[in-house]
Design a protein around this ligand. Sequence first.
Ligand SMILES: Cc1cc2nc3c(=O)[nH]c(=O)nc-3n(C[C@H](O)[C@H](O)[C@H](O)COP(=O)(O)O)c2cc1C
Length: 355
Amino acid sequence: MHTLPFAPDAPWLAPLAGYSDLSFRMLCRAHGAACAVTEMVSVKGLVYGGHGTTRLLATAEADTPLVVQLFGAEPSIFERAMPQLLERGFTHFDLNAGCSVRKVNKSGSGSALMARPEQLLKIVEVMLRAAGPGRVGVKMRLGFQPGEENFIELGQRLAELGAGWLTLHPRTAKQLFGGAARWGSITELVRAVPIPVIASGDLFTAEAAARCLNETGCAGVMFARGALTDPLIFQRLRDLLAGRESAPRTAESLAQTTGLHIRLARELDGTPRALRALRSFLPRYAKGFSGIRALRQALITCESWEELEATAGRIAELCGSSSPLSLADHVHFSSRAILPDADCAPPEGPADPPE
Ligand SMILES: Cc1cc2nc3c(=O)[nH]c(=O)nc-3n(C[C@H](O)[C@H](O)[C@H](O)COP(=O)(O)O)c2cc1C
């Protein structure tokens, strides 16, 4: 059984609703992700057989170490969901106390739990009782709203309960993704708790992650939007910390990454839904390349896996063999483009239309 990696050169893939599915997790693992978290899974959906839960929990032997992220508001529902998950062989779990999407918060889940710390603690108690000490983490924000930053007290109480790690996205829930992530708060949490703290927030490049590790003393980092633009970001951080030169970002490497993602999605999922998702997913990898518009156009018309593969085969030609692009030149793309329609897309919503 795997224990989870907590180290500067062991970057995690963050939970990303609508994105961190099995094929994307495998793509990131192939490029150096040391651990991955599933999209958030509704415990209600699990218990009542909700639409889409099976897909969200799809995994494979090589998809390890894996953390299943759960969201919900009622300890009694977690009590019923946990045995199901353990029976399926999942070993490590994360409680979502950070998602600030209205639909999720309205049900009392996600970051709304930060405003009800006793409820949050009860849920974690239930999860720990089922999974065992150290097998449960919590992904938090600073607090629900400005003036209510309770992450330190909550973090300490969670550590006392037996939580194995904490992840901090240092903004309040009300802030959504506005302003800069306050890495200084990560430093405070690291000093206040005896368990590993994983940093999340504005880690768009390997250089930013290295700076965050250095400034905060966190145990490790978690890439979210940065990985959606450049799945090689994990290896880049490992290279940077080891003092190695990283592979340049060229049209050829773009073609390889895209081709691998298509192969994985076809093999591991293969549904029309997965194909449609890829058509909008893939152009993100080409941020900053000259032919991105032509690529997007070509992808939109792909109706079959064969067409998608053929288009991927033309990427080097579509995007030109421009000189290597540094992602640092394109941080502004990755920091914005992904949010408006997709942030924490509720897993039971229209993200999963009938095939
Ligand atoms: C599209 C999208 C989906 C997300 N889904 C989840 C989720 O399911 N669970 C969660 O805890 N956080 C979720 N997050 C938050 C990220 O895991 C991460 O904490 C946040 O994006 C900050 O990191 P970044 O600035 O490096 O992107 C999501 C963020 C984005 C952009």
